[in-house]
Structures are given as C-alpha cells and as structure tokens.
Design a protein around this ligand. Sequence first.
Ligand code: ADP
Ligand code: TMP
Ligand code: ASP
Length: 240
Amino acid sequence: MGSQQLLYTGKAKSLFTTENPDQLLCQFRNDTSAFDGQRIEKLDRKGMVNNYFNAFIMEKLATHGIANHFVKLQSDDSSIVKKLRMIPVECVVRNIAAGSLCRRLGVEAGLELNPPTFEFFLKNDELHDPMVNDSLILTFKWATQEDIDQMKAKAFAVNEVLKKLFQEAGLILVDYKLEFGHFNGQLLLGDEFSPDGCRIWDAATKKVLDKDRFRKEMGDVVEAYEEVAQRLGIKLPEVA
Ligand code: ADP
Ligand code: TMP
Ligand code: ASP
C-alpha cells in the first residue's frame, strides 16, 4: 500500500490515506468503547471480526441497491472504503425497544415497535450524542432536506434487507446506528455495520449478542459477535 498517512483515530477505527485520493484504508481496532468513550478496553480479535462482519453486510446491502462506501477487504482487520464527506449525525432505527429509548420514554424493554422508529443524534461525544431533529439539522446546516429524506429512506431500506437476513439466522435485529456521507454528489452509507453499533438478540432465548455485553459487563463479547457471524455464514480466519 506504500505511503499511508494516519488521517483520523476514532474510538474504534483508524482511517489512513491511500494512493487513491478518493479512497481510505479503514482499520478496525480491538478498542471497544462505551458511554461515549468513558470506558475503553481492548478485546482480542474484535477488530478482525468487525472488519469481516462489516464487509459481509455492506456487500449484502450493495446487492440490494443500497449504495455504500465499501470497496474491498484489504487485510484481516482493514478494508478500503470510498472517502466520504461525513454528515455529523447518527441515524438510529429500532424494531424493538431497548437502551436509551426505554430510559427516555419509560417504555418496557422488548416491546415490538410497529412501525419501526427513526431518530437522529448529533455525533458529539462531549455532549453525549444528543437527540436532534430535522429542524435543528437544517438550522445548523448539518445536512440538507434532501439528505434528511434520503437518510431516512435508506435507513429503512437497510431494515428491510437486514431484518430478514437476521431472522433467517434465528436472530432479532433490535436496533442499529448508521452514518452517511457524500461522495461525488451521491449520498452513501458509510462507517460500519457490526455488533458494535447495533443490538442483536437470539430469537428463541433473547440472549444478547452485541455490544450491550460490553456495556453491561456480561463477558464473552467477541465470542457473541463470532456466534452471530457464524450464524450469518460469515467466514472468519481460523484462530492461530
Ligand atoms: P468515532 O469517531 O465515533 O470514535 P470510529 O472509531 O468508528 O468512531 O471512527 C471512524 C470515523 O470515521 C467516524 O468518525 C466516522 O464518521 C468516520 N468515517 C466512517 N466512514 C468514513 C468514510 N468512508 N470516509 C470518511 N470518514 C468516515
Ligand atoms: P441507544 O439505545 O443507546 O440510543 O442506541 C441505539 C443503537 O444505536 C444501539 O444499537 C447502539 C447504537 N449506537 C451507536 O452505535 N453509537 C452511538 O453513539 C449511539 C448513540 C448509538
Ligand atoms: N458508541 C458510543 C461509544 O463508543 C456509545 C456506546 O456504544 O455506548 O461510547
């Protein structure tokens, strides 16, 4: 890959330049963070598992017409992606009540949400990712009305594809967070889709198989991610 320069170090991923100015190398690290970076630990194999997990999901979404930044796997823990101008909001879709929705609205965890909900959060760790709405996004020019409409439509289109995919593996896709960005005038899904940014439960037992295991100190975090990967048919390299 030659002359890579570190462009950005986030809580869980690092972005490097590549020889192609339109593309970045995205490295998935073992760092695992909770509560907006207040707790960070290194979990063996997590970067590798999330890299393969994300590649599988992004490729699946692309085959269903949901354009995204993924270009190709580069190594066990890194992928080449299109360099996006990111929109600084997070899009959360929920099929089942959990997490902050229950805390904010006092609804019972596990309640089926019909229709599924959509929320915007501002990407800002210092402010603990406050919830925002279309009006605030427009006023502060974080995105245009067209971006807002497209983010909502694409976030729900992702749900149609992934809810079914997880269901067929005996899993429930409880909720997930997406980030979008611009590339050559097109709005693309960026960042990642992995158990770090969604909630996944076993359909029969409701066993938690996502980053809530880390947040709630339940143990076997990466083992749970690997179980989901295996049930979705994602091939992971053998452990040395
Ligand atoms: P955070 O910044 O929240 O700590 P990460 O550790 O996951 O998160 O860092 C990845 C960063 O890269 C995020 O800020 C995300 O918005 C940004 N990003 C994701 N995909 C792309 C992309 N294709 N082009 C440019 N930036 C991206
Ligand atoms: P929440 O219940 O904490 O609002 O989270 C909803 C979903 O979005 C959950 O799957 C975790 C994910 N998420 C992130 O990945 N990063 C974030 O910064 C936030 C706020 C949520
Ligand atoms: N993704 C956020 C963080 O890394 C919030 C969370 O997952 O709890 O802190």
